[in-house]
Design a protein around this ligand. Structure first.
Ligand code: PLP
Length: 463
């Protein structure tokens, strides 16, 4: 076998896929008997499979990634031109696209100053975790090594990132995990009844105060950082309640704790601002991002920090250990920043942040209207074009529908040519939140097509 193949011979592709590809995030046994799905082509909001069937992609490549849509010639050209000029050089030296993208990014992130390039969201988070540990050793005599993370949040698939994983289902059978990662409670208003002592009023402040309780239990001099998603993605599309972020910021300041915001999903436009944290007036010390940075046109992720943190790593040049002793080989690929520059330019030139807000509002309106008709929708939530609809058996008890029912809705939408998702609720068998994240270029017709498909699917699955 060589690599040449006839574009029309997709049966060979299907065979090779079935025989040799170990797919992400799926159980292979049922997959083997399912209809194969190879995505062959994409343009704008739509993709086509190996049978030529058109799908409206309401999840931006499955996992909140293709923010500017498929088939962007200007990004492809920028990547091609850059690769012909220089494909790679280790990031201990500078590059033209790496420098220019860093400048563009920092302009959008007042208060931040330094960009560290990596290739995945997990890896970007690991870089911040490593920095926190090194700061603990440099500044605090080996104390303040603990990193807090929140129930339901997810920060990646590598071992330290999993140690900060708030979704138990994803972690089962992969322990033991790295030490000194400490969990704080979730802040989900819709499910606050699961939290002992949660009040009816001022829940946001109360939820943030629970973080303070964990700090006091662990000892403030042992806690170095708090890592949070601005809007929790795979854990159920959870926006923190009113009052939460302000208290979180106060608590971090009070106990000298670095605030790490994981923008791997929210970053670069998904919520209607450049970054999710900007919706809530937060001032982070670390921001990590990946998916939307280059919309999937090239692999790139970034760990961004302040000049204050950067300064901690250069205060004594006579000490040979006094720098961040870390590399990411492919953080030196130039395709990533070349694609990211063009991606950001498109979002700016086409006013896609505003479109994201407008279309997000339209979608929330449509989903809320569906709540009138379908009692199975218990809650509609999210920000911008990052939305979820939680399905429950009973609105009073909020008992989740079985995952199979949510999957049946996803499958029905798929048969109508609309790809949606269902996210994790941390409890096996309870992936009951329908998930929507269309590209930021979505039109009103696209949004209506998505919610019409959901309407039909809910009617057929739940009657
Ligand atoms: N952080 C969040 C919030 C994510 O949703 C993800 C992936 O879905 C990651 C980190 C890990 O990113 P990656 O899969 O690029 O390693």
């Amino acid at each position: 076998m060589d690599g040449t193949f006839n574009e029309n011979d997709l049966s060979r592709v299907v065979e090779a896929d079935r025989a040799h590809v170990w797919h992400h995030l799926i159980q292979h046994k049922p997959f083997e008997t399912n209809d194969p799905r190879i995505i062959v082509e994409g343009k704008g909001m739509r993709v086509w499979d190996q049978k030529g069937k058109e799908h409206l992609d309401a999840v931006s490549g499955g996992v909140w990634t293709v923010n500017v849509g498929y088939g962007r010639e200007s990004i492809c050209k920028a990547v091609y031109d850059q690769l012909m000029k220089l494909c790679y050089f280790a990031n201990s030296a500078g590059s033209i696209p790496g420098s220019i993208f860093a400048e563009m990014l920092i302009e959008k992130m007042p208060g931040m100053s330094r960009v560290y390039y990596t290739n995945s969201g997990s890896e970007a988070n690991e870089k911040a975790f490593k920095m926190v540990r090194q700061i603990a050793h440099k500044r605090y005599g080996g104390k303040k090594t603990k990193i807090m993370y929140r129930d339901r949040d997810y920060h990646g698939s590598t071992l330290a990132a999993m140690s900060a994983g708030g979704q138990d289902e994803r972690n089962a059978q992969y322990g033991p995990f790295a030490p000194d990662f400490v969990r704080v409670p979730h802040c989900m208003e819709y499910r606050k009844h699961e939290l002992d002592g949660a009040p009816e009023e001022n829940f946001g402040e109360w939820a943030a105060d629970q973080i303070e309780q964990v700090i006091l239990r662990e000892g403030p001099d042992t806690v170095g950082a708090l890592c949070l998603e601005p809007v929790t993605a795979g854990g159920g599309v959870i926006e923190a309640p009113e009052g939460y972020w302000q208290r979180v910021q106060e608590i971090c300041k009070k106990y000298d704790i670095l605030l790490h915001i994981d923008e791997v999903v929210c970053g670069v436009g998904r919520t209607g601002t450049w970054f999710g944290y900007q919706q809530y007036g937060v001032k982070p010390d670390f921001v990590t991002m990946a998916k939307g940075v280059a919309s999937g046109y090239a692999a790139i992720a970034c760990m961004v920090t302040t000049e204050e943190v950067f300064d901690m790593f250069k205060d004594d040049a006579s000490d040979p250990l006094n720098y961040f002793r870390d590399i990411s080989t492919f953080g030196g690929c130039t395709a990533g920043p070349a694609a990211a520059i063009e991606n950001m330019r498109i979002i700016q030139d086409e006013n896609l942040l505003q479109n994201c807000t407008d279309m997000g509002n339209r979608m929330v309106g449509n989903l809320q209207a569906l709540m009138e008709k379908h009692k199975v929708i218990g809650d509609v939530r999210g920000k911008g074009l990052f939305l979820g609809a939680e399905l429950v058996v009973d609105r009073a008890t909020k008992e989740p529908v079985d995952e199979k029912m949510a999957q049946a809705v996803v499958a029905d939408c798929m048969s109508q040519g609309v790809i949606i998702g269902a996210t994790n609720r941390s409890v096996p068998g309870k992936n009951n939140t329908l998930c929507f994240s269309p590209a930021l270029i979505a039109t009103a017709d696209d949004i209506d097509q998505i919610t019409d498909a959901v309407d039909g699917a809910l009617g057929r699955v739940f009657g």
